[in-house]
Design a protein around this ligand. Sequence first.
Ligand code: LLP
Length: 443
Amino acid sequence: MIASRPARSNPDPTGLELIAARPHLSMHAMDGLVMEGVPLTAIADALGTPSWVYSAGILRNRLGMLQAALAGLDAHVHYAVKANGHRAILRLLAAGGAGADVVSEGELLRAREAGIPPSQIVFSGVGKTAREITRALTEDIAQINVESAEELAMLSGLAQAMARVARVALRVNPDVDAGTHEKITTGRAHNKFGISLAEIPSLYAHAAQLPGIRPVGLAVHIGSQILTMRPYTAAYGRVAALLGELRAAGHDVEVVDCGGGIGIGYRGEPEPAPAALAGAIRSTLGRLGLRLIVEPGRWLAGPAGLLLASVVLIKRTPRTRFVVLDAAMNDLVRPAMYDAWHGIVPLGAADAVRPSSAADIVGPVCETGDTFARNRLLPELAPNARVAILDAGAYGSVMSSTYNARPLAAEAMVDGAAWATIRERQPYRALWEYESVPAWQTR
Ligand code: LLP
């Protein structure tokens, strides 16, 4: 789980255990680590490192598993674009029947560029600007999830001026602890998200009177990397009770957006099955005649991606073996930002079976926080050996920066025995392409 330090009684999984648990990865004596049918060394050779690689098969399978679990409910998957908005990923998921959950004009444009129709797009977020709302109204997207009375008033004004009617869900803050890292918990009363349970009935009634607004339902999202169903059941139970209250007051409630947040087993934690989420939804909201939306990001994209890196050098201090990689916190910030645990495995078959000892695996950026793993068992590796940092498909590439003037890494997609570059490594000149220097400096 995020932020957990390995306890002695609960040792880290070994590299081979991590690979065995991931159906798209296998270790071959000759080819080393293979994703679906493609040796990852071939991609590292062609693109260099660091590079992101995504498995199309895993994306497809996981979407299919989730849809199968939700069968029988009138439920639709709206992939949370923020997890990984690459158009190749959006296209693949859209081809499988997914819509999109977007949180900015940029994500809305990405989804449209990937061919997702406006009728399949919902817009969430606590601070949508007038410009973003105008874009959403112009595109006539399916639904706007509103997070405050202030936003509702702004939306009404803009919709009225454009002679549009916005379909609105009010986002509930159910005051439920999702039991996840505090930086990604969103459903507690003190968090910035949503509208308190107590305020919803009057705001819903108000919304029904406002010009340009048609309230269609409720939305809830309590956090991310959630590994048990208890917080979901608690939150959905509160939403169901609220919904009863709204209907008793004569309001139409047609839709509940159940949010995302379902977690993955980065460190071998048992991952909630999609059937468990579907069960939590079924038992609380299943018989209320609702159209349902689920908005997973990480669960779909996280396990599908990894980050390839090369060892720059091994630095030995009296205390520590530092394995210094050419990937860094600017590429994958999750360990620095959330103390997140990501599996790290060698690409070479010979490397993978060498005896392991503890190492700190770090990047070259000038910050101590630029550490992917501390005190991690890793085989002896020589400079230029390659490793894969696992489960980096969600909140990986999208959170990259160019800190330390490090260009954005390349990206590739694997599908069976085929692979393609889906983003070139950013050239250095792109780092200053949109900068200018004041004219007085060049005179
Ligand atoms: N819906 C809403 C309204 C959200 O805010 C989020 C995520 C999702 C859906 C998708 O959540 P997921 O299924 O991916 O857990 N950067 C962090 C995660 C931030 C999640 C933000 N909101 C990380 O790397 O762990």
